[in-house]
Ligand binder design. Structure first.
Ligand code: GBH
Length: 494
């Protein structure tokens, strides 16, 4: 499998095995201490199914997907404004001009969070609001919105977790230097990160630098499905990947220099989650190796401060150019790891030099409304488990998990999304399995608080706990919102 494999190609070529249908912790425990559990009666007591005390339950959104107000208070266009306005790039030519109008309705949205009982909220900051020119002169009105949002969250007992980059690059940087193709963008990102950290970390204690390298770089610069819609040749593309991780590293340094003491810094990466086809020693070992290699260009270089030999070998003459100082910045220590988890890749042991092989999904493998969203609940076990085993992570957050569903209101007007409840129940069962084994997952952010702009899919694939009528902006809790409220109330799988 090439490093530039996309989710769509995953759909065709990659990962699968048995659906993780056996979801009781006892039924799928690996060898080790958990074996003792397997010897116990199958029915778990409520205590066995609960999460650690103080586990942080939350929801997540991102600026361009919810805010709207695209031209308000000095915001300049981002690459996503340009891309969405280009005919044929999004379903129905949808844009984020209005989205869910969160910019004006954030107080109502904080009340939705409060009604769920969530204690944390992950949102992202739009760089083009804060620096309309990408850098240089800041626009104080831009940051004012996030000041208002943060204050409203805190006044309602909800702790803010802020992401600095969820794909809305100022268009001026794309035009002037080619966006992430240039290290000038990495440097501009660090300056923006330091500026925000100096002004928000009196109240925001957890900062994520970048959301999902694996999405915006691969899809934006390699296959053109996301903004800025480019298809770069391999050497330029690998250099773009490098500038993205460099931007993260320089931002970590800038945030540390500017932030109030006690600020924790991490990132939110959709690492490729490698689930063993069968939970036996050889396949688990193969999945662990695959985790390092299939994440070599992003998470592995960030965690280890160097590219793996295999990555440099397979990119060959097209490998990125970098200095030791670049690698030192990229490998800056982090305080926590955020992982966005939707779907696994299935891996088996193999006699090849790599020691593993990715097993393609059979055509009959079930998925949610989005064709790429294969249902593999054990991803929520293996993602944090591998990260803790390989990189000795001490503080992990699931920064996104959730699914799309057809979400058609019933005669009484409510959305009874039993499929989303099924998805969440099974995934959370595997998350509970991880925490019960001591994997240090501290919190979970469900994607998403409400239906929103789903990138190239426009408004067609809904991921919300709240149904949004995009004509009226009315929000209504779905059945899954009731389910999640019950999970939070019990601090356990409901
Ligand atoms: C996350 O991406 C994003 O962080 C979030 O903004 C998004 O709304 C959410 O998940 C739900 O998608 O069209 O076949 O090329 C998850 C990773 C990257 C998976 C884009 C789907 C498009 C697949 N996603 N990818 S394809």
């Amino acid at each position: 499998m090439s490093d530039s494999v996309t989710r769509r190609r995953f759909a065709k070529v990659a990962g699968a095995a048995a659906l993780g249908a056996a979801v009781t912790p006892a039924a799928c425990s690996p060898p080790g201490p958990a074996q003792q559990q397997a010897a116990q009666p199958a029915a778990a007591t409520p205590a066995q199914r609960s999460f650690p005390a103080g586990f942080l339950w939350g929801t997540a959104t991102a600026s361009y997907q919810v805010e709207g107000a695209a031209a308000e208070d000095g915001r300049s266009p981002s690459v996503w404004d340009t891309f969405a306005r280009t005919p044929g790039k999004t379903v129905g030519s949808a844009t984020g001009d209005v989205a869910t109008d969160h910019y004006h309705r954030y107080k109502e949205d904080v009340q939705l969070m409060k009604a769920l009982g969530t204690k944390v909220y992950r949102f992202s900051i739009a760089w083009p609001r804060v620096f309309p020119q990408g850098g240089g002169q800041p626009n104080p009105k831009g940051l004012d919105f996030y000041n208002r949002l943060v204050d409203e969250l805190l006044a309602n007992g909800i702790e803010p977790f802020a992401t600095l980059y969820h794909w809305d690059l100022p268009q001026v940087l794309q035009d002037r230097v080619g966006g992430w193709e240039s290290r000038e963008t990495s440097e501009a990102f660090a300056a923006y990160a330091g500026h925000v950290a100096a002004r928000l970390t009196d109240r925001v204690k957890h900062i994520f630098t970048i959301n999902e390298f694996g999405a915006f770089v691969e899809l934006g610069y390699n296959n053109g499905v996301h903004a800025p819609g480019l298809k770069l040749p391999p050497a330029r593309f690998n250099q773009t990947r490098h500038h993205a991780v460099l931007g993260h590293g320089l931002a970590v340094q800038a945030i540390r220099a500017a932030a109030k003491p006690g600020t924790k810094i991490g990132l939110a990466e959709n690492m490729t989650i490698c689930a063993p086809v069968i939970e036996s020693g050889e396949h688990i070992e193969a999945a662990r190796r695959a985790t390092r290699e299939l994440n070599a260009q992003y998470l592995t270089v960030i965690k280890e401060g160097k590219y793996t030999d295999a990555y440099l070998a397979r990119t060959g003459a097209d490998a990125p150019k970098f200095t030791p100082a670049d690698l030192a910045a990229i490998g800056s220590p982090l305080d926590f790891l955020g992982i966005n988890i939707y779907t696994p890749v299935y891996v088996r042991a193999d006699a090849s030099p790599a020691g593993f092989a990715v097993v393609p999904h059979p055509a009959s493998f079930p998925h949610m409304a989005s064709p790429w969203l294969f249902i593999g609940p054990e991803a929520l076990y293996w993602g944090p488990k591998h990260a803790a085993d390989i990189w000795k992570e001490k503080e992990i957050y699931i920064t996104e998990n959730g699914c799309s569903s057809s979400d058609i209101p019933a005669a009484d007007g409510r959305v009874y999304d039993t499929d989303r409840v099924m998805y969440l129940r099974n995934y959370l069962t595997h998350l509970q399995r991880a925490t019960s084994e001591g994997v240090p997952v501290r919190g979970y952010f469900l994607w998403s608080l409400m239906d929103n702009f789903e990138w190239a899919d426009g408004y067609t694939n809904r991921f919300g706990l709240h149904y949004v009528d995009f004509a009226t902006q009315k929000r209504a809790p779905k059945l899954s919102a009731d389910f999640y409220r019950e999970v939070i109330r019990r601090n356990g799988v409901a």
